[in-house]
Each structure stands twice: as C-alpha cells, then as structure tokens.
Design a protein around this ligand. Structure first.
Ligand code: GLV
Ligand code: MG
Length: 321
C-alpha cells in the first residue's frame, strides 16, 4: 500500500489535550503547535472515556485545526477500550483526522491489528484507504526490544514516540521526575533508549518524537531536555502546556545561522559539481571543504528549516574562475 500523505509533517511541538476537556480542546486550537493530539488514554479518567470519544469527534469535525496535524490517542490493546475508541472516532471524524496514536505498543502485531481495523473502517465509510497514519508509542522494555519490527509493521506508520513516564515506571527507574535524570547516575540515563528508538525510526524513514516533560512551569528544564533529543536528531517533542510550545518550536528548528549555512553549502555544491563549476566532487566553501556527505547533512538542516517556514538571509556567489 502506498500512502499519498504529506510526509514528513512538521512535528516540532506535539500538544497533548485531554479528550474529555472541552475548555482545553477549545484553547488548543489557538496555539502554535505543529501537531495536536486529542487524548483518550491516560489524560482521560476511565469513567470519562465513553463520553470523551464523542467529544473528540465533535471537536475534530467542528474545530478549526488549520495548520496542525490532527491526531487522536486511543487506549492500548491490553484494555477493553481500544476497538471502540478507533471505531467511534474514525467512523465519526475519519475525514478530519490525520493519525491515530497507539500507546504502549509491545510488538508488531499490535500495529498490524490497528492497520487492519483502520482499513475496514475506511472501506466501510468510503474513505480513502490508507490515508490515516499511525504513531506508535514505545513505553516499556518489550516495546523497546521489539522496536525494529514495530517500526516496519505498517506503511501507515509515521512516527515512533518515546513515552518516558510509562517507560521509567516499567523499568523501575529510580526517579519520579519525568524526563529528568535519576539521582546517582553519572551519565545520561536516556541515551540508549532515545538512540534505540531513533535508529528504528530512521531505518524505516519515520520521524522520532520525544515524550512529555511534566514540570510544566520549568521552561528552562524543558528546553534542556528537548535540546538533548534535538541534538541526537529527534524531530520534535510533546508539549503539555502553552508555555512549552514556543520553546519546542525553537529547539527543533535550526538556528538562522545554521539554516543559512546549510543553504549555502547546497548552492556551492550544486555549483561546483555542475559543468560551469568544473564538475568537481569536492570543493571549498570559504575555509570549509564540502562534498557529497556535506550536502546530505546540509539537506537535513535545510529541510527542517524550510518545514519550519524559515527564509534564508544570505545568498551564494559563485567564485571567479
Ligand atoms: C507518555 O505517554 C508517557 O508515558 O511518557
Ligand atoms: Mg504513557
């Protein structure tokens, strides 16, 4: 199945909104998040879930989500809620929904099951088959160990998302502050987990997203934790509060200087490899030697900048020959 979707969608900031809270659902529409996900899982109390499904359908259909990727997080397959979450939301608002997020994914079959269910609903409703994507959350050891197979389980997959709160609980990490380092450990306790997810995501050409930072008033702390994921290559991070949105958009966009530099490398490489530039394989840009590998690195930075709507502030001048 090929999926004619607009990938990769920008996901620098992925805003979590409880599906049971109309006031938050109203407010979320005005925030500058790249993605919003309406939550039927852990931000929704068990007794509120049945009504929340209908609230989510109403807000997807009637809200103004222009410019945002629209996602609903359903409950995980070990509960009794998943199938009805998916059926109610996709039948009721499938045409106003971009992705379904599946939490606590433990193996590839759980993704396959969601893919099959989505296909049935799309066929029954006359929707385009395969348009709705899947986001998979990795939140325990089993999910992490199986992440390669999970990331390759369906062409609907768009992102692999790290769920630090559930993950920390599931491996008995000695910390209560989600996203912060456990006391007494001298290095980055998340490095292996983040890299493991990132490799699986990139192997299948998917985005990698970091999960929440729960100290919502500590924007500096958020920036630091987000910066760690951004430095590794992550595409974005969850935000739980309006104060985190701007910080996420900034941290996951290149700086103006890096964006300009990347664009210059691309122009210089194009010039030097062309007939007019002497068909060279490598060349100098100022004091820097650039080649095909530099072009690939520049493409990443330039692509992220363009996706974030950045405009270059300098232009390339071909050297005199
Ligand atoms: C998110 O779902 C988390 O568990 O961190
Ligand atoms: Mg979780």
């Amino acid at each position: 199945m090929t999926r004619p979707v607009n990938r990769p969608r920008p996901r620098r900031s992925c805003l979590a909104v409880p599906g049971s809270n109309p006031r938050f659902l109203e407010k979320a529409q005005g925030l500058a998040a790249d993605q919003v996900f309406l939550d039927l899982e852990d931000a929704c109390a068990p007794l509120a879930k049945p009504d929340a499904r209908h609230t989510v359908v109403k807000f997807l259909n009637e809200g103004d989500w222009t410019g945002k990727t629209r996602v609903v997080r359903v409950n995980d397959w070990t509960t009794e809620w998943t199938y009805r979450d998916v059926v109610t939301v996709v039948e009721g608002a499938g045409q106003n929904l971009d992705c379904v997020m599946l939490p606590k994914v433990q193996d590839a079959q759980q993704i396959v099951a969601l893919d099959l269910l989505l296909t049935q609903i799309e066929k029954a409703m006359g929707f385009e088959v395969g348009r709705i994507g899947i986001e998979a959350q990795i939140e325990n050891a089993r999910g992490l160990v199986n992440v390669d197979a999970i990331a390759g389980a369906s062409p609907r997959l768009e992102t692999i998302v790290f769920g630090p709160a559930d993950f920390m609980a599931s491996i008995n990490m000695k910390s209560l502050v989600v996203g912060e380092q456990p006391p007494g450990y001298p290095a980055d306790a998340y490095h292996y987990i983040l890299m493991r997810i990132l490799m699986a995501a990139r192997m299948h050409d998917l985005q990698a997203i970091d999960g929440p930072y729960l100290q919502i008033r500590n924007v500096d702390g958020f920036r630091e934790v987000a910066g760690r994921a951004a430095a590794l290559g992550y595409d974005g991070k969850w935000v739980l509060h309006p104060g985190q949105v701007e910080a996420a958009n900034e941290v996951f966009s290149p700086s103006q200087e890096d964006f300009d530099h990347a664009e210059l490398i691309l122009d210089a490489y194009d010039h030097h490899t062309s007939e007019a530039g002497g068909r060279k394989g490598s060349a100098m840009l100022g004091d820097e030697m650039i080649d095909e590998a530099s072009r690939k690195m520049a493409l990443v930075v330039s692509g992220k900048g363009r996706a974030a709507g950045m405009v270059r502030t300098s232009s390339f001048t071909a050297p005199e020959v």
